[in-house]
Design a binder for this molecule. Structure first.
Ligand SMILES: *[C@@H]1O[C@H](CO)[C@@H](O)[C@H](O)[C@H]1NC(C)=O
Ligand SMILES: *[C@@H]1O[C@H](CO)[C@@H](O)[C@H](O)[C@H]1NC(C)=O
Length: 443
């Protein structure tokens, strides 16, 4: 009897070891960061899945990692990882664990586009750094820039540590207008400003795209904003945040001489687009009674409104969605948080509740003294040494800097800016405790 239970115990142990070995292949802590470690078999069922962990920062104690605990509900296979964590305690694992990656099909990558001209190189690199820093899923960067900036982008991105570069690939494109007569377009718009309107046409092979201005910073995983694509109903093909939370004092309601979306217009600094849908849609318009395809509509639309518009392409987008409101998904202000949301007093309720998710330091506030809270965040991410502990080298310095901003209205609500970063830190810390302290307790 005793012997039998011993044998059973041994069998159980062997099974546990086997299970552990299998699990460690997927969750290995020293496993190389890059593409999401995710069982290929679950991919087709959940094309926009919750990330399993934060790759790229795998071996860094302070770097955010660990399973996400927010909606959408996690997959069953991953729920087993808590158990795996305790199993892990039984075995001291070698520091260098084998590299094993489940290759994420390219369709499931996040596509991030930015248009950078003039002196926006550093700002753009800091934005991309924030994207890599907090995100889980593999990303494809589409960088549109002037010929003269290309080599520097290439050089700097290649200098990032492996744990970062493994999480993305980048492509650099010249500024082009592949529809109609490029020379004509270049004369009509400032070349760089209008580029984003042409992304659906230029990036023909890309299904969906997150476009951001260079002065945007991600304070939480890009995966989270990407998930909003799944919330589009059948007529929606793009998502933007309102230009202003209080329509009465917003710019559009007071000054615009052209139609604009909703009661306050929308801001185009953060734009989530299903390009497949944009390319196949027919858009209602004020020029002809039938619908027009995206690329056929841009030029006549510009011709019609050029004397009324102030902000170029953003105004055109507002006009387009004025005539096609059912096509736009309006996301809350925490996904495009600008100085306007706090400099007259806090007016972005979602950010008060959830924290700022995507920061947009427009009007140059990262580079002057007008909004020190925005500047502090920019500098904290810019100056974060790539391989360091996020707590010590980013979060603590940031808190100190925030103390010096309390004389401003934005500085009076530090929690709004820190909430999402704190969440990432917390996850990283919990993971750290399980991984680092866990095994030691056994000895
Ligand atoms: C974009 O829209 C197309 C056509 O409706 C759809 O097949 C595709 O899954 C959508 N992409 C995403 C990421 O939701
Ligand atoms: C999708 O949502 C938008 C905005 O709420 C709405 O105008 C549109 O009618 C919806 N489309 C469908 C098919 O329900």
């Amino acid at each position: 009897m005793k012997l039998r239970s011993k044998a059973a115990a041994l069998l159980l142990l062997a099974l546990a070891a086997l299970l552990l070995a299998l699990l460690s292949l997927r969750t290995g802590r020293a496993a190389p960061p890059a593409p999401l470690a995710r069982p290929a078999s679950v991919l087709p069922r959940r094309p926009v899945p919750a990330p399993a962990r934060l790759p790229g920062l795998g071996a860094l104690p302070g770097a955010g990692q660990g399973p996400r605990r927010r909606s959408p509900p996690r997959l069953r296979p991953r729920a087993g990882r808590r158990g795996a964590a305790s199993l892990k305690k039984l075995v001291r694992r070698p520091v260098e664990s084998r590299s094993f990656q489940v290759v994420l099909p390219h369709e499931l990558w996040i596509h991030l586009a930015v248009v950078a001209c003039g002196n926006r190189l550093e700002e753009t690199l800091v934005m991309l750094k924030s994207a890599v820093l907090f995100s889980h899923r593999k990303m494809q960067f589409h960088i549109f820039t002037e010929e003269s900036l290309k080599p520097e982008f290439d050089k700097q991105l290649r200098q990032w540590p492996d744990s970062y570069t493994k999480k993305f690939e980048h492509r650099i494109y010249p500024i082009t207008f592949s529809v109609g007569n490029p020379q004509e377009w270049k004369k009509l718009f400032k070349p760089c400003a209008a580029q984003r309107l042409f992304l659906p046409v230029i990036l023909k092979d890309v299904d969906s795209l997150l476009y951001v201005d260079t002065d945007v910073l991600f304070l939480r995983p890009v995966d989270d904003i990407w998930k909003l694509l799944r919330q589009f109903n059948s007529t929606q093909l793009a998502a933007m945040a309102p230009e202003h939370e209080i329509p009465k004092i917003g710019w559009y309601s007071r000054f615009a001489r052209h139609p604009f979306y909703g009661s306050a217009g929308v801001n185009s600094g953060v734009m989530l687009m299903n390009l497949t849908r944009i390319r196949s849609a027919q858009f209602k318009n004020s020029m002809i009674p039938t619908g027009l395809a995206w690329e056929d509509m841009l030029y006549p639309l510009y011709q019609k409104y050029k004397n009324a518009i102030t902000w170029g392409d953003q105004d055109l987008l507002n006009i387009i969605f004025y005539f096609n409101p059912e096509c736009l998904y309006v996301f809350p202000c925490q996904w495009n948080y600008r100085p306007d949301h706090c400099m007259y007093g806090s007016n972005c309720r979602e950010a008060e509740q959830e924290g700022v998710s995507v920061l947009h330091g427009n009007r140059g506030v990262y580079h002057d003294e007008k909004q020190p809270t925005f500047k502090a965040l920019y500098e904290a991410i810019r100056d974060f040494p790539f391989q360091d502990n996020l707590f010590q080298s980013m979060y603590y310095p940031l808190q100190l800097k925030f103390l010096e901003t309390v004389h401003t209205l934005c500085g009076r609500i530090p929690q709004v800016f820190l909430k999402q970063i704190e969440k990432t830190m917390k996850r990283a810390y919990e993971k750290h405790v399980i991984i680092r302290v866990g095994p030691n307790q056994m000895h």
